[in-house]
Design a protein around this ligand. Structure first.
Ligand code: HEC
Length: 136
């Protein structure tokens, strides 16, 4: 009896973590689009703050469950992919926003989104994760 209760609780906890992550990733996507809206409106400081909130959503989601199984059943650690995302296009985007550079921002948004998708591609789930396009 006790064992099954513990098992139930464990199952519940695991599915909660997974639900939280889906929720956080969806939040990351909303914040990515919100960053773009603010940037296009010329609200550079707000855009930078929103980019940081997006980073926090992605980071929390990935670091809470860094080891994931790919579609082929191989366990991989997503930490290096997260670091590459942060050090590459995210840093580029933040720098562009700090410089209030619209052209560089647009370019950085495109590579940021591509690297969001690279991490999902490594997991290779079906149906694939769809990441919203960056509005022009
Ligand atoms: C280092 C890896 C990694 C990076 C970077 C990453 N994600 Fe994800 N994302 C995941 C994982 C893991 C899942 C869960 C996939 C699953 O279990 O099917 C996910 C799921 C999602 C989902 C689906 C959520 C749902 O439940 O419908 C969306 C949307 C998403 N990510 C958007 C983004 C966006 C936008 C970015 C970039 C701003 C991003 N992700 C960057 C790993 C990543």
């Amino acid at each position: 009896m006790k064992t099954s209760l513990t098992l139930c609780l464990l199952l519940l906890l695991t599915s909660c973590t997974s639900m939280m992550n889906h929720h956080r990733m969806k939040a990351a996507q909303r914040k990515m689009l919100a960053t773009r809206t603010l940037q296009q409106a010329g609200q550079w400081e707000e855009a930078l703050a929103m980019a940081e909130r997006m980073q926090s959503s992605v980071t929390k989601s990935v670091t809470s469950a860094p080891k994931q199984k790919t579609a082929t059943g191989v366990e991989i650690d997503l930490t290096p992919l997260l670091t590459a995302w942060e050090k590459g296009p995210l840093t580029e985007l933040k720098a562009a926003l700090q410089k209030k550079d619209a052209t560089a921002s647009t370019k950085a948004f495109t590579s940021l989104r591509q690297q969001c998708m690279s991490c999902h591609a490594v997991l290779g789930k079906t149906p694939p994760v769809v990441v919203s396009e960056i509005p022009n």
